[in-house]
Write a protein that binds this ligand. Sequence first.
Ligand code: MG
Length: 382
Amino acid sequence: MKKQRLAILGSTGSIGTQTLEIVRQHPDKFEVVVLTANTNVNLLAQQINEFKPKHGLICKDILFKNLKDQVSTGTQLHSGKEKISELACFDEVDIVLNSLVGFAGFEPTYAAITAGKKIALANKESLVVGGELIREALRESTSELIPVDSEHSAMLQCIVGEPKDKIEKIIITASGGPFRDFSTEQMQKVTVEQALNHPNWNMGAKITIDSSTMMNKGLEIIEAHWLFDLPVEKIEPVIHPQSIIHSIVTYVDGSSKAQLGPPDMKVPIIYALSYPDRLPLQTQRMDWSITHELTFKPVNYAQFPCVKLAMDSIEAGNVAPAILNAANEVAVQRFLNKEISYIDIPKIVDKSLTKLSNGHKISIETLQEIDAETRVYASTII
Ligand code: MG
């Protein structure tokens, strides 16, 4: 494997920093050429000084001078989120690791596909919102899209080497988050602090809340639908509290393959970076000399309405998943700001879908319009 040159979009976040840990373990395999961050200027400056990329970008223009003052390398510095796509498409980039948060990640993914890059995708909204456009663009490009999401990495690892038309079903596992055993009454009183405390995975704030509402699983079902070209009814969520089995693929002969491992995002990250090869990773292993319990239970859709809303949005098609995603982003932010209660999150999503769904054909323009329109609506209701 020749040395791969990486553009890491969102390098100061949870996935970005873990990707850089992998680069530290494999300096002969990877070279960082682009680093971008939203607002964490101090960490970005540290990363630039350590990895000496060709380009560094801070999204907030106001922080540009601060970045310049802290950087001591010959790195070319930029500001403004509209330049992210341009940096991702530079000739010297082999792999774009997209770990941007939210809909902001769609455009760089799309641009990188058009430019024929290999993409390690940790931004699930790219597929949730624009899955149809992404699939079309992939068909016309030499680009490869490899999921970094742990469940989708698991699915891919189970599917590699198998005929795709022999897949009967994908079982997507979910930890169920901190509230998997809560009653409806308890759900009504959930606080921000409780929701931010995930039992198994250590992740950013938005995705931690999404895991607790299980919207994350809903978004992942949409993601799997576009990644593996499977109808929603062939993708079944199941609660598996230990987060050891990351997903299961069942084939037409009744045989199932699962991918297992301790919950550690570095595993799907390194798999995406090295795919179809594998690289050694210093991380925890499963200890099979001790007793483990692997348990499963069905998803209660009344307790977690977000899963159903997401599944229905694929059936509705067109811009419905974009509305779902934008309304959810706004609702989660409002919950974190303590403006709304926890159970208002699915209500805002549901109301936005009812109010704004239309038969508009999907295009980059209609996606941006509906995204903006949904954000306005979702910020004002309740
Ligand atoms: Mg996941």
